[in-house]
Design a protein around this ligand. Sequence first.
Ligand SMILES: [Zn+2]
Length: 317
Amino acid sequence: MNAPSATRQARDADAAPGRCPCGERGARPVLVSRRKRFQVVECLFCGLKRTDPPPYRSVGESRDLYDEADASKNGPGEATALRHAARNIGHLERLLSRRAGRLLDVGCGNGHHLAVAREHGWTVEGVEMDARRAARAREVFGLFVVQGAFEEAAARIEGRFDAVLMSNILEHLVDPVGALRAVAGLLAPGGMAYVDVPNFASARVLILGGNTPHLEPREHLWQFEPATLAALARRAGLRPAAVETRRFNRWSWRETRAAASLSGGMRRAANGLALSALSTAADVAGDMLYNSRRGNGDYIIMAAGRDPAARREAGGA
Ligand SMILES: [Zn+2]
């Protein structure tokens, strides 16, 4: 646990993860994890869900947390990172019906998405909060990367983009509406934002509850569903053109064991030789439950352009 920093809290006084971006303070719990000591609460007004207690309350606190996380754990291997990036860029090109142009990656990390997109023919640049990751993206891939938290760095980004990518970023941001508004401001005429986030309405969350790995209560402020993600985009002056859900990967044995341990009698079996059989069974069950049209895939992908009506209200800004 990180000690809150008084100065940093004061700097970000306007952004408040303890309440909903719609302004409503009232919320009701929809998932309680006693073991992991967190809950997910739902806004009484707009239905957006958030982790309670919030893992951090300011951009500064989140930077401290990710500095710590970066030092303590290894990311996915290079091949895995590139494979995920290729899958995401493929979704982006299909949803945006575009295969080239200027592309900005918000939270570009080590630069894998940008490297793949550049190979496809995009002209690319990135924004990254973490100085070490930004440096790696520059050194390993020769990318142009603006370093800083997007909330602060957006104003330093020059030009307009045909595509702005935000992959697994929005759920971490203290002010998600402000960030999406900044994204809208960075879009060229006809440009589109592509956002993906974990799906709280997924079959995995339904089955595993608080043990679902992608809830990440120590990192994720917001827990989105397709409808609440689209509503947040509209609030920020974007018009969603497509919202879909996708399955992330097959069930891991840890997830299988977590599911099995929900019923005490199965725990011993799950810990023993039956593990691989159970894993396969859970996977088959998952296949039957997963149905993108029901919106219960592991993560949500959304394409959204600027809403012309919102632009008029903002005085053409
Ligand atoms: Zn709300």
